[in-house]
Ligand binder design. Structure first.
Ligand code: TRP
Length: 449
């Protein structure tokens, strides 16, 4: 079967950036940075994005382009060429991609809730219970919203790569970027912007803990959509004309830029308002609606912004679903439609657990954290780096040196020639080394309490 390619180079960027930029940037980055004390963590995050995340991003795209397969089938190919028993990596990655999709659908459902509340104009900060409390107190509402979200994603993915992915995200992304910049300018005009900038940009290294390194690495993988082989699928649709490392740099740069904008937007608002816990997963949803509504043209602004945020979440979800579906098509020779529905329904079943975290499972606390936060921590800080490590080793030992060089070096791009040894060093030593050190520090912290 001939594999489809992106119709345009632009199509690839839309899908890859659409997958990378999402709730990870707007929703997760601010509260993880808050939890880890601000500036020093932000610095760590930016550093790791480029020295750890980017090399893997490039490697994943290469695996996809080389084998023209998704991660499951591609890691089996890789394992044929190496003596390490790493054929399981792809399978594990796909299973966890489904779990991430389920978790992601719940948070996307929260966005949908605020969007519909704004549209219905029933949104008022004084309403009792507030829209956020309503959501927290209503687990089955969260299940309902997640199912609507998954339904939309399934419908888009059933239509196929070009029709589904390329069109959707393209129109909204530039609009979103413009809105974000306008909002950041507004938020920086608040009196609290000075302490917010200090918090976000001044690196106070004494704030770092034993967990910070693993938190930074986990978040880098999450926000760049790497580690579970998502970018392998996108790379498999990439045409031969694209220069992979350049594509990787662009995706990583845009993604980091959006995260920094999100930080600049959220922290002045948070520090201006009532005392919010900076590490609270509800941070974005506590802070932003209040701020949006008190701007001139508030409700229209709020609707547009949450619509863009929703489309960003949808772009990432479509990417996740597409990965699962293309793996099922590659391995099980399944029909696209059946695969998409099957994956969507499975994700919905799994989504019930995080969705009911604040109601039915309210009393389940693990180390002081609820079900949703525990799932987030385990999935993103533990499983994602471990699978990424497996993928990195599969790549290092399974792909021939000649293939690596051919895919990286473009003689017309002089910087690709000079950067090649650094990238090879990063992927062989730096990435596995950093992940190992991060785990060692985390475990040390756990032992020392
Ligand atoms: N990167 C997305 C975000 O920041 C989330 C995401 C999409 C993801 N695909 C992924 C995370 C694959 C891990 C693995 O919102």
């Amino acid at each position: 079967m001939k594999r489809v390619s992106w119709q345009t180079r632009f199509g690839f960027y839309l899908a890859a950036i659409g997958s990378a930029c999402g709730l990870g940037n707007l929703w997760r980055f601010p509260f993880v940075a808050g939890e880890n004390g601000g500036g020093a963590f932000v610095l760590l995050y930016l550093l790791f994005a480029f020295i750890i995340g980017l090399p893997i991003l490039i490697a994943e795209l290469m695996i996809g382009r080389k084998f023209r397969k998704s991660v499951f089938a591609a890691t089996i190919e890789l394992s044929k060429h190496s003596s390490y028993p790493l054929h399981w990596v792809g399978r594990v990655a796909v299973v966890f991609t489904l779990i991430i999709l389920a978790y992601y659908a719940v948070i996307s459902g929260w966005v949908l809730h605020f969007l519909t509340q704004f549209i219905a104009s029933g949104f008022s900060q004084r309403a009792s219970p507030s829209p956020l409390q309503h959501l927290i107190q209503n687990g089955w509402l969260q299940v309902g919203l997640a199912s609507v979200h998954l339904l939309v994603a399934v419908v888009v993915v059933v239509k196929g790569v070009q029709d589904g992915l390329e069109k959707w995200i393209g129109y909204m992304m530039p609009l979103f970027a413009v809105l974000l910049v306008i909002l950041v300018l507004n938020s920086l005009s608040l009196d609290s912007s000075a302490p917010a900038l200090r918090f976000l940009l001044y690196p106070n290294f004494s704030q770092l803990t034993y967990s910070s390194m693993l938190n930074a690495i986990g978040h880098v993988f999450f926000t760049l959509s790497v580690g579970f082989g998502t970018m392998v699928t996108f790379g498999s649709y990439l045409s031969d004309k694209n220069h992979i490392p350049s594509a990787g740099v662009r995706v990583a740069a845009v993604d980091s830029f959006i995260s920094i904008l999100a930080g600049l937007l959220i922290f002045p608002i948070v520090l201006a308002g009532t005392a919010l816990r900076l590490s609270d997963p509800y941070l974005l949803f506590e802070a932003l609606p209040r701020f949006l509504l008190q701007m001139p043209g508030g409700i229209a602004f709020a609707i547009t912004f949450f619509l863009c945020l929703y489309i960003a979440a949808l772009g990432a979800s479509i990417g996740l679903l597409e990965v699962i579906v293309s793996n099922m098509i590659d391995r099980q020779k399944m029909d696209r439609k059946i695969a998409a529905w099957l994956a969507g329904v499975s994700a919905l079943v799994l989504a019930v657990i995080p969705a009911l975290s604040s109601t039915v499972f309210e009393n389940i606390r693990i180390g002081g954290r609820g079900v949703l936060e525990t799932l987030d921590g385990v999935l993103i800080n533990w499983v994602l780096p471990l699978v990424a490590l497996g993928l990195c080793l599969s790549f290092t030992y399974g792909m021939s040196e000649k293939d690596k060089e051919d895919l990286f070096v473009d003689p017309e791009k002089i910087e690709s020639v000079s950067l090649y040894p650094y990238w090879k060093f990063a992927i062989r030593w730096l990435v596995p080394g950093a992940i190992t050190v991060a785990f060692a520090l985390e475990i040390t912290g756990l032992i020392l309490g």
